[in-house]
Design a protein around this ligand. Structure first.
Ligand SMILES: Nc1ncnc2c1ncn2[C@@H]1O[C@H](COP(=O)(O)OP(=O)(O)OP(=O)(O)O)[C@@H](O)[C@H]1O
Ligand SMILES: [Mg+2]
Length: 242
């Protein structure tokens, strides 16, 4: 098992440098002292204590830590679904943490694929329609979206199920479709929040292997929150939250 890499401020130099410099350093994600507090009655709940790390393009990082340590909160911040209370987050050198909703949405759409613990496939659409969805959102034509979706479903061995509704698939198959949907745009960054947490050991390993294989093939970077130390140890780096 790898030792978790420790991060402190000395790992991260001059984050206030310009956008192009940040990109030049080859980082896809830079988190600089990010903290998240939620207001609760008259006080605050600290969901994420001040946290700093950086991730190079093409690398994978596992976020580990007990329940409530802030893994999902941190993924939300990195994915631009929420803003930190203080600190900075750069995605490919762009300061996403202080962008307005419109620009955060734009960056999210162009850079990121998400995988969650529950598949979140749309029940009224079939498998291929679900996988096409992120491409259609990016305004890729219908025929190109279809052929790309079929191609990725071929790779993951589910091409004979493209007309199935999600409800007719097994849990492991649904999660593999969710992974295909997250990866179909070949995103620079994949964020996965306990993507195998709902699966038995065999299906968890299968889904994880698929995720790693596609991430490597597409040259994407990966941040994955997991309780599974065996899966975490397959990543380039492990980051422990307390
Ligand atoms: N919207 C919110 N409002 C108030 N508190 C929140 C909110 N979201 C998260 N928290 C709190 O912040 C802390 C961190 O939560 P988070 O979901 O990030 O933990 P986690 O590490 O993902 O846990 P798990 O392993 O159970 O998924 C928890 O104490 C949680 O209750
Ligand atoms: Mg969580």
């Amino acid at each position: 098992m790898k030792q978790p890499k420790r991060y402190d401020m000395s790992n991260i130099q001059n984050l206030e440098t310009s956008r192009s410099n940040a990109s030049d350093r080859g980082y896809i994600v830079e988190v600089n002292n990010a903290e998240k507090k939620f207001k609760f009655e008259k006080s605050y709940v600290v969901a994420l204590r001040k946290t700093s790390f950086s991730l190079k393009k093409g690398d994978s990082l596992a976020l580990v830590g007990p329940s409530g340590s802030g893994k999902s909160t941190l993924l939300h911040l990195v994915g631009g679904l929420d803003k930190p209370s203080s600190g900075e987050i750069f995605l490919k050198g762009e300061l996403i943490s202080s962008m307005d909703d419109h620009n955060r949405g734009r960056l999210r759409k162009t850079l990121i694929g998400f995988v969650y613990q529950f598949h979140h496939l749309l029940p009224e659409f079939n498998v291929v329609e679900n996988v096409m969805m992120p491409l259609r959102i990016k305004r890729v034509s219908k025929s190109k979206s279809y052929s790309e979706a079929v191609e990725i479903l071929e790779r993951i061995g589910l091409v004979d199920r493209i007309r199935n509704q999600p409800a007719t698939l097994s849990g492991g198959e649904r999660q593999r479709v969710a992974i295909a949907r997250a990866l179909v745009t070949k995103p620079s960054l994949v964020l996965a929040d306990e993507p195998t947490g709902n699966l038995d050991r065999e299906n968890a390993q299968k889904a994880f292997n698929l995720l790693i294989r596609l991430v490597e093939e597409f040259g994407s970077s990966l941040v994955i929150a997991t309780h599974d130390m065996k899966l975490a140890s397959s990543c380039n780096e492990i980051f422990s939250l307390r």
